[in-house]
Design a protein around this ligand. Structure first.
Ligand code: NAD
Length: 674
């Protein structure tokens, strides 16, 4: 049983919708059918079964379902080996049925996810059959990446129950799912699909109108196409574009490298069908059947050459703003047409395309005035419609909302209560525990400048008197934080690096105990963040290290000093000089972490420590932290003086009076922090 169905059970589980359509409530989804056992279908089936649902996978031929099932078996075994699933692979497989018969697959389901080939006529034929065979209240979801949900839905009597659920490839690894409204999709259907996706432990974003490319592919369009125009016009080379986008702007792959990976013909036909002109370079590649990795040759040569052969320095002089301004323009069109919010777009691009940060966020930092100016200049110069600034972008510019410097752009950048954090989540529970979650799982929670700044801002603006303790952890099970985000390093100004440094001090000096809860990689800057905490509790599978030397660097967030004080010079030097990772048992043995526990005991281990701290005397703990931190840097006499001073300050506090009274009366003390 998934958490979702336990936590969302409500009423009779059926929602009445104006117009007479009665749709499945999200909490009622139990049986799922996936149509298609290909690339996406088998992956979606696997994800759905892992989340605890019974699922039937259907394809048209026995050999296709068998092959999809084998792929699932292989993948589940891998997940099992790595400890990424809570049950055995066999337990998950027990929930999966396979069939070639449509009626058997969908006769009593609550939700169908269709992942058949990308042809409208075929999809409509399938939906026509689904109309006959599925229960009337079943939700019909399509995994299409480029076809219109509205058009697909014309094949069923009741288009209100048809919705898009666009998973990304491979579904097991990719966190994002776009939930797309067709013109007639009901809110109930879309909301149920959204909640269902959340129950799979994936991140859904709403695409509120059925636009070509939905969100991710719309914004990704210019990333792929504009550099191809520039190369076609001899304004740049392939290597220049890829090197600049990767090494200056931090994208995980260059546009041409990505085109080779996804297949040059795929984007080509999507654009052709959508009536978008393809640049000559792309036309030539398709005509020559040089389609990318799959044909051995595309923009790069993978058979006779070495594949992508650009060097970090090659990007010099490439006009990255021309490409990014157009992605921002696409985002602005989507927002202006109420297709998606800036948050949804940024989440989509981070999780769906691996972007280091979303285009709206980045645009606010660049300055929307600069972006509009760039688009207008290109528009004037070339007369090309694709450069015309979107109405919404112009509106923001005209109303002075030009980004972070102006305090408002796509987002509000006000300080204090208004501040929204993008790279971290936090909550304060009723015991006064501030739990901070580093939220960049797609980058293994790597510390970007923005994330460090957000931690600093949160701790600097939260009143410590309202807190008893702070915990820091990473989102997901793979990493606490795998280090500083070194993508785009070449573009980092030394001043930016220095700007980040106070965060570690803010954590180390925060007047309440700070505990790192570590699961997975804890490396580089991430490890330094953990070192700035007062205690570290980790899972046995966690890995620790300072790999900076491999980049020709040294740690810059305090490790050379804090690590030396914690584990002694010899061990600290071994970690810093060799750049190797050590496991949690060694880290515990060296005194780098307080303890290493099995993954399923991490929460309990944290709770045990927290229980003492939240009930402890806040002032006593504050003085203890200060005296111990400062004393470590002083000679023994000075340190002992600090301790004596701390002791006498505490003697006059209400908490000490309460502590001693409780001791005499043989009861638990109730400290108030005075
Ligand atoms: P695929 O060709 O790997 O698999 C499609 C499967 O559907 C085939 O096994 C085929 O035999 C089967 N099929 C054909 N008719 C069927 C029917 N009537 N009922 C059930 N199964 C039927 O394709 P794919 O890459 O898995 O793509 C499936 C869908 O997912 C497409 O709409 C595609 O646009 C979309 N999508 C693909 C990707 C990707 O990267 N491959 C990513 C996101 C979305």
């Amino acid at each position: 049983m998934s958490v979702f169905r336990d936590s969302l059970t409500s009423g009779d589980g059926v929602n009445s919708v104006p117009g007479g359509f009665v749709c499945m409530d999200a909490s009622e989804i139990e049986r799922v059918a996936v149509l298609g056992a290909g690339n996406m279908g088998h992956g979606i089936t696997e994800v759905v079964a892992i989340a605890g649902y019974d699922v039937t996978m259907r394809d048209v031929e026995e050999e296709f379902v068998d092959s999809g099932y084998e792929d699932i078996e292989w993948s589940l075994d891998k997940l099992d080996e790595k400890g990424r699933i809570d049950e055995s692979a066999d337990d998950v497989l027990d929930r999966i049925d396979i069939t070639t018969d449509l009626e058997t697959a969908v006769g009593d389901v609550d939700l169908v996810i269709e992942a058949a080939p990308e042809r409208m006529a075929l999809k409509q034929e399938i939906y026509g059959e689904l109309d006959d065979f599925t229960p009337d209240d079943a939700i019909l979801a399509s995994n299409t990446s480029s076809l219109s949900i509205t058009e697909i839905a014309t094949a069923v009597d009741d288009p209100e129950r048809v919705v898009g659920t666009h998973f990304f490839n491979p579904p097991v690894k990719m966190d994002l799912v776009e939930v797309i409204y067709g013109e007639r999709t009901s809110d109930e259907t879309a909301e149920a699909a959204h909640a269902f996706v959340e129950s799979l432990d994936k991140t859904p974003i709403y695409v509120r109108k059925d636009v070509q490319g939905f969100v991710v592919n719309s914004v990704l369009g210019p990333f792929m196409v504009e550099p191809a125009w520039m190369v076609s016009n001899s304004e740049a080379t392939i290597q220049e574009a890829d090197a600049a986008m990767v090494h200056q702007r931090g994208y995980p792959m260059g546009p041409f490298e990505l085109g080779d990976l996804t297949g040059i013909d795929i984007g080509y036909s999507v654009r052709e069908e959508a009536g978008i002109e393809n640049p000559p370079l792309i036309e030539e590649k398709v005509e020559a059947e040089e389609l990318g990795r799959k044909t051995g040759k595309g923009y790069y040569d993978y058979e006779e050459g070495e594949g992508a052969d650009y060097e970090p320095g090659d990007g010099e002089g490439f006009d990255t703003l021309r490409v990014e301004a157009q992605m921002v323009n696409e985002a602005a069109k989507l927002i202006g047409q109420d297709v998606a919010t800036p948050e949804a777009i940024d989440t989509g691009m981070r999780l769906g395309a691996g972007f280091p940060e979303g285009p709206c966020r980045r645009a606010d930092d660049i300055g929307l005035d600069r972006i509009i100016e760039k688009l207008e200049a290109l528009h004037d110069e070339t007369g090309e419609e694709r450069f015309a600034p979107a109405d919404y972008l112009v509106e923001l510019g005209e109303s002075g909302k030009t980004g972070a410097d102006a305090g408002q752009g796509f987002y509000s950048h006000g300080d204090g209560d208004e501040r929204t954090y993008h790279d971290l989540n936090y909550e304060i529970d009723d015991r006064g525990v501030l739990a901070i979650e580093l939220d960049r799982p797609e980058r293994l929670n790597a510390l970007s400048q923005d994330l460090l700044e957000e931690i600093d801002h949160l701790l600097s603006t939260t009143d410590p008197d309202e807190l008893r303790c702070v915990t820091i952890e990473g989102t997901g099970e793979r990493a606490f934080s795998a280090g500083a985000d070194v993508t785009g390093f070449a573009d980092t100004e030394p001043a930016d690096v220095l700007r980040a440094t106070p965060t570690y001090e803010t954590v180390a000096e925060f007047p309440r105990p700070v505990i790192a809860k570590i699961e997975g990689f804890c490396l580089g800057g991430g490890h330094e963040l953990a070192l700035a905490c007062d205690m570290r509790i980790a899972t046995e599978g966690s890995k620790f290290g300072q790999p900076e030397i491999g980049l020709g660097l040294i740690p810059g967030g305090g490790a050379t000093q804090r690590l030396t004080r914690l584990v002694g010079a010899a061990r600290a030097k071994e970690l810093v000089f060799r750049g190797h990772q050590i496991d949690a048992a060694t880290a515990a043995d060296w005194g780098m972490i307080n303890r290493a526990v099995p993954a399923n005991e991490l929460d309990n281990a944290m709770e045990e420590v927290l229980a003492d701290i939240v009930n402890g005397p806040p002032v006593g703990l504050e003085v203890a932290k200060k005296v111990m931190n400062e004393g470590a840097d002083a000679d023994l006499d000075a340190a002992l003086t600090l301790e004596r001073q701390g002791f006498s300050i505490l003697m006059g506090t209400d908490d000490v009076a309460e502590g001693t009274a409780a001791f005499r009366e043989d009861r638990d003390p109730e400290f108030e922090g005075r």
